[in-house]
Write a protein that binds this ligand. Sequence first.
Ligand code: FAD
Length: 377
Amino acid sequence: MKNEFDYLIIGQGLAGSILGYTLLEKGKKVMVLDEPKLQNCSKIAAGICNPITGRNLVRTWKSNQLFPFLNDFYPKLEKQFNRNFFFQIPIYRPFQTLEQQQDWSVQENKETEEVIYPKNKSTSNFEKNINDPLGGLLIKNGGHLRTDIFLEAIKNYLIEKNAYQKELFDFDKLILNENKVVYQDIQANHIIFCRGAADQTNPFFHKLPLAPAKGEILHIDFDRNEETVRKLNQIILNKGCWLVPFDDKLIENNLNNKVSASEKEIITTFRTGSTYNHKDLSLESTEEAKQEIETKLQAVLNLDYQIIKQEVGIRPSTRTRYPLMGTHKDYPQMSIFNGFGAKGVSMIPYFANEFIEYLFTGKELEKIVRIDKWLNK
Ligand SMILES: Cc1cc2nc3c(=O)[nH]c(=O)nc-3n(C[C@H](O)[C@H](O)[C@H](O)COP(=O)(O)OP(=O)(O)OC[C@H]3O[C@@H](n4cnc5c(N)ncnc54)[C@H](O)[C@@H]3O)c2cc1C
């Protein structure tokens, strides 16, 4: 007797987790297979979602849809799981150049909704230690997700629903029957690949323009007594590199159901990074990456710190810079949901919903994310 499911999902990074969760909430029978020993870039991601990005400080693609969606989605799950993993804190983006500052002033009126401070200010916002002589933007509507805690919470939810199995998926064991898939003792109506960068070698989807990019980050620790550290607790600093508070007591607090940290507690540990490398896709951390991150950090911050550890992940980036999703042209029981590059936290909740509507009703996905043109090549 086979165990029967509507959807078999391969991979429990952010893509497989959010897709699996959303399908279960919509009443479908789901099984997620994942091998936690493989690289999972979701776990080490900084988790930042930022509606205004790039050198030109423009609204990120689809921010009008993505940000209302995620600002509803993550807090809803925090309540459901009684865990604290989403932090809606502003992103402070000091201007890099006079040109950038002036360009911003020209666009300013278009972007006011996201920018809370300092609308017309063009001088330093921090009295010391942060190098922002030209002032900068304080961007709201974004924040950061503690991806490690989020993924663990979703995994527990999947386990509770009998929807998770630790398993190294092997293509040789996959049997495609007419309109069904069979994998060992599992039979499903549909299989969805969410293996991140590993899907570059997926035998069914290898024609897709996945272009994985290695990223390295540092965990660092500051002196508790520094006034600047208190200020850095309230923002995500982003100039050349980013610096995100990373509360190492949060897991413990969550387990004790102490959902919000005491206001007196100052976070001294931070994540900072990251690098972007398409050539070296090894999982080894490198001295070059460490130096690159430190150089950028020291250019924006004049504070002593200690490096606690260095981590590596491989982003599922694409040559098009847009995600990739859809059903295989020859196998209607097989799909992929992937290619979220460096923006999985902001894109995946919205696109999981769009993708599910496509699966359920056939509603067309927008052209730029569709896979048909690549598979037809
Ligand atoms: C240094 C760094 C910083 C980042 N910072 C941010 C950020 O600030 N904001 C942001 O939005 N994004 C960030 N990202 C990008 C973000 O991590 C990705 O967009 C997102 O996590 C991709 O999720 P995914 O589920 O597609 O892939 P992954 O997280 O890589 O998950 C793939 C899963 O598939 C599983 N898998 C693969 N093959 C198999 C198999 N054969 N059998 C079973 N399981 C398998 C793996 O174990 C893994 O769990 C960052 C990435 C890096 C590397």
